[in-house]
Design a protein around this ligand. Sequence first.
Ligand SMILES: NC(=O)c1ccc[n+]([C@@H]2O[C@H](COP(=O)([O-])OP(=O)(O)OC[C@H]3O[C@@H](n4cnc5c(N)ncnc54)[C@H](OP(=O)(O)O)[C@@H]3O)[C@@H](O)[C@H]2O)c1
Length: 287
Amino acid sequence: MKAIIFGKSGQLANELLATKPNSYSAKCFGRNDIDLLNVQNVEALLQTETPDVIINASAYTLVDKAETDTEAAYSLNELAVKNLAVLSQKHNIRLIHVSTDFVFDGAKSQSYKPSDETNPKSIYGKSKLAGELAIQELHPDNSVIIRTSWVYSSFGNNFVKTMLKLMNDRDELGIVVDQIGCPTYAKELAYFIWALSEEADINAIYHWSDLGVTSWYDFACAIYEKGTKLGLITSSTSIKPIPSSSYPTPAERPKFSLLNTDDSQAIYLAKHWQIQLDKCLKELTST
Ligand SMILES: NC(=O)c1ccc[n+]([C@@H]2O[C@H](COP(=O)([O-])OP(=O)(O)OC[C@H]3O[C@@H](n4cnc5c(N)ncnc54)[C@H](OP(=O)(O)O)[C@@H]3O)[C@@H](O)[C@H]2O)c1
């Protein structure tokens, strides 16, 4: 099987390459290789590469910047996705697309099922939902949308790597305690995506995160404890729980965005977020 992956320099694209099964050949493309808004160029690429599956891991992921950089967010999160949907429908290519917990408003107190009503509060969430709707409309029979949350990896920029740096640099940190969800180790998401790509029938929405539930504050405390044991943090920091109101951001985030991953567990078994955090931190000790 032949896969092509968009979003070459991102966390997920790197983990997809690192976890690729032997039964696949895979090539990654980034914005320097191809402009996803240019339909003719994307079509030419698909005709040259003749993939069986496209995995779209590219996205405008700057959640706060998207509030003012709206056009750029919609360009990549909706228009580029529309192009991929049209072309993969035309050339009979399976399309696997990654979306976000930010399509929900966070008003629930039980985990969000794939069928739950969406109501994004941020431009990022709205633009990602627009991408989802485009795929469902334009390529409904051989596509899948995977919503995930709080993604981190040893590649790229993310909360875990930011915390390690801040914990080494600062004596005190205030971390938001009233946003609840679950982290996702991008490597495990990548394994899930490869498993899903081999399923016969995937025209659905799936949810994926690691198992368990936590707040950003508790996640930070775990990073501190585990990172210190592994020698990634060498100074002491006091971590204080703070309410979201003390850390205002341009984009509104869902207060509760735990994803219900029951359907996904039938395809690939997730593990607890603490186990996955251990794995990522161990990987970081050797980089
Ligand atoms: N990070 C999270 O916490 C999180 C949470 C929920 C869902 N997700 C979703 O998971 C997927 C993968 O996320 P990720 O964390 O791996 O993202 P990431 O590390 O930010 O990578 C996204 C990649 O998209 C490409 N890209 C970004 N802006 C672009 C632009 N303006 N034009 C063209 N290409 C651009 C870049 O790759 P190139 O420069 O190589 O093209 C970038 O590395 C995305 O769909 C995201 O929405 C992420």
